[in-house]
Design a protein around this ligand. Sequence first.
Ligand code: SF4
Ligand SMILES: [Zn+2]
Length: 343
Amino acid sequence: MNKVDPQFAGEIAEIRNAIGRNGRTDYVTTYTEREFFDGKTTVERVLILRTRGCSWSYHSGCSMCGYWDDTNPEIGKEEIENQVNTFLGEFPKGEVLKIFTSGSFFDPIEIDAGVQFIIIERVLQGYAHLIVESRPEYIGKVVEKLRKYSGKLQVAIGLESTDPSILKNSVNKNYDFEDFKEAAKLLKENGISVRTYLLLKPPFLTENEALRDSIKSARDLAPYSDFISINPMNIQRGTLVERMYKEGSYRPPWLWTVVTVLQSLRDIDVPVVSLVTASGKKRGAHNGHSCDRKFSEGIRSFSETLDYRYLDELKCECQEKWKNFSEVEEKTGVPISEMILND
Ligand code: SF4
Ligand SMILES: [Zn+2]
């Protein structure tokens, strides 16, 4: 991994703070996605709530996280409750609802502790399963109260990597694998399933370092998780990663790398999927070749079915170009920008 700028954490905040926020109080958006869940292809509804945003982002924040512009620092707890009521008026029932908050559902500064449970109760009247996201530090306070939702609630944690150096120097996560393990154990002891996100290709890593890190991390964390989702980097507005991308010093991962990571994990006991944001686009994982669409569809079909044939049948002449790119980086130990090699 490349040497990290000591100004790193301050720089993240400075770039992000330049992004304006507005005073809106409605929910951000809702959409559906398909994913392998509970043993089958499932249509899941996603609701993004507008909150004040992640408390960690008020101190510094993660190097790739651009959720800031969906937040409103002044938002009140009634307004958050209203967002959920409005949403449930529009979409009262379904199989799975994922609630994302641009932060942590169980952070009481972000969503009032009482309102958290009002939301869970109301959602589970119409939906069979609810998935919410949280940093590990908020789990201890709520976990016993979650026990009654066993079998219906899943908590997703964005661990990103199990490597302490990558978490500290590349992601700026402000928690580590030990914190994750503690939270995941508590959740499991109380019958709540755990979903874990890994970030494929944090900044300052070469393509091969990123590939190895995601494979190793998935293997390390599998005993503590019921579901793993590999999130290939996508370039979000107002982030350190976006600045690096614009300077030509960061390239999102190749779709070849995504496929290889998924194929390398076929023997582990928990489902591993990858929903690739901006797949095949410059700001998302891409091969930079005419095969981008075929690869994006193959990864999507795999993530809906866990059928490895969708990945195994992906072939393209640009595999050589991807290998050359990775080898040149491996020799120099320095990540290469897209501008140099991906014409
Ligand atoms: S913990 Fe999550 S929401 Fe908070 S800054 Fe990091 S990625 Fe963004
Ligand atoms: Zn290709």
